[in-house]
Design a binder for this molecule. Sequence first.
Ligand SMILES: Nc1ncnc2c1ncn2[C@@H]1O[C@H](COP(=O)(O)OP(=O)(O)O)[C@@H](O)[C@H]1O
Ligand SMILES: [Mg+2]
Length: 280
Amino acid sequence: MTETLLEVEGLTRRFGSGRNVVTAVKDVSFTLARGEILAVVGESGSGKSTLARLILRLLPPTAGSIRFAGLGDITRLQGHKLRPFWQHVQAIFQDPFATFNQFFTVRRFLERSLGILDNPPEGREREEAISAALRAVGLEPSDVLMKWPHQLSGGQRQRLMIARALLLRPKLVIADEPTSMLDASLRVTVLNLLADLRREHEVSILFITHDLGQAFYLADRLLVMYRGEVVEHGPIEAVLSAPQHPYTQRLLADVPRLGSGRPKMTSPDRWAPRRVPAGE
Ligand SMILES: Nc1ncnc2c1ncn2[C@@H]1O[C@H](COP(=O)(O)OP(=O)(O)O)[C@@H](O)[C@H]1O
Ligand SMILES: [Mg+2]
């Protein structure tokens, strides 16, 4: 039996009031197993980021529950009771720059991040853990440790976010369009680092994207959102081989490699398609 890490039920979030109500997320339900990658795909404005922010507790839901293994419904947790949740979850956003305190060097950023752990490593052990995490994502510690966020490239910043995940070993990573500000070659690197994170450390990933191709590349299961609602949900190959909703059919038609049936395994214009199954 695979262990369920996250169980979202009937999640709903409305914004505004009166005639200006927008239901950004409407009655969304899904589960995420340990070590599983679920892609959430949808056009701009379909509610993906709102869903991420609800799960990250950055926003309270209008209705619904978010159960996290061992912690119950996290929408009901407040204050210090949320600490165990923060120990187990990490966000990776589209613009990693926004995540960093611009007055912290890379070293300080990572050291402070370790403060969320109950028994963070110290001294030499801490140095080694930080260096190992940086090297694992292709960053040379002596190059980056003393740098400030603005001295890093977009790709280096996203690598740093993945290094932080390696350091803190969260159970859940929520990645909201993590590659959309990167150029094509870096996109593959970041997707592969996320795949490694899952494969080597059994991290579950909620991978949010507007790009069905990237979802297919990385994820086990797919959830398609349209105007706040889930219109398609299932194992990625099953959904893509028999899309039920007109929106998914249109999405699929926009990705020629996928729309024409099986993806070609030659190198396409944007990135080389390599499916990364859980056990590989
Ligand atoms: N804080 C907010 N106040 C009002 N409306 C919002 C807010 N955040 C998101 N929305 C609206 O909710 C809908 C979904 O937005 P969002 O979750 O950002 O979609 P996506 O990430 O898929 O592009 C949009 O119509 C957006 O305008
Ligand atoms: Mg968004």
